[in-house]
Design a protein around this ligand. Structure first.
Ligand code: DAT
Ligand code: MG
Length: 138
């Protein structure tokens, strides 16, 4: 176990469905500590950096458009192994098959509806977390 920070985003679907508080409550209930929190309209430039690993993939442009469709809630959380811990709490990428009990499994809509609508983002490594925190909390 090591003390880490992670970047969590509540995507436009989560914000517009008024699920921000319910999602953040789960993260706090798991024992992680809120460090920074804000509601923000992403810019294309921010998203190009944030999703740089996905540039060129077929879902990249719809993903960016979706992330520009409304405000997001950005948070930094801290805790022991919070990076893996939050991704476990978020559930697998596709809400259709995300396990019940996870954010995506409980609140996510059907993958076929609009694949990007899976409510949350969480950094996937210490390096990604550092890079992403720099984008959203510059
Ligand atoms: P995650 O958000 O679980 O880390 P990811 O980093 O692989 O997933 O992808 C980033 C986002 O892009 C994901 O939350 C939803 C969308 N996405 C991923 N794979 C996709 C696919 N095969 N089709 C459509 N959208 C996809
Ligand atoms: Mg990812």
């Amino acid at each position: 176990m090591s003390l880490e920070r992670t970047l969590i985003l509540i995507k436009p679907d989560g914000v517009s469905r008024n699920l921000s508080g319910a999602i953040l409550a789960r993260v706090e209930a798991k024992g992680y500590t809120l460090v920074e929190l804000k509601k923000i309209n992403a810019t294309r430039a921010m998203l190009e950096q944030h999703y740089e690993e996905h540039v060129g993939k077929p879902f990249y442009e719809p993903l960016v458009e979706f992330m520009l469709s409304g405000p997001v809630v950005a948070a930094i959380f801290e805790g022991n192994s919070v990076i893996a811990g939050f991704r476990s709490l978020a559930g697998s990428t596709d809400p259709t098959t995300a396990a019940p009990g996870t954010v995506r499994g409980d609140f996510g809509r059907d993958w076929g509806l609009k694949v990007q609508q899976n409510l949350v983002h969480g950094s996937d490594s210490v390096e990604s977390a550092e890079r992403e925190i720099g984008i959203w909390f510059a």
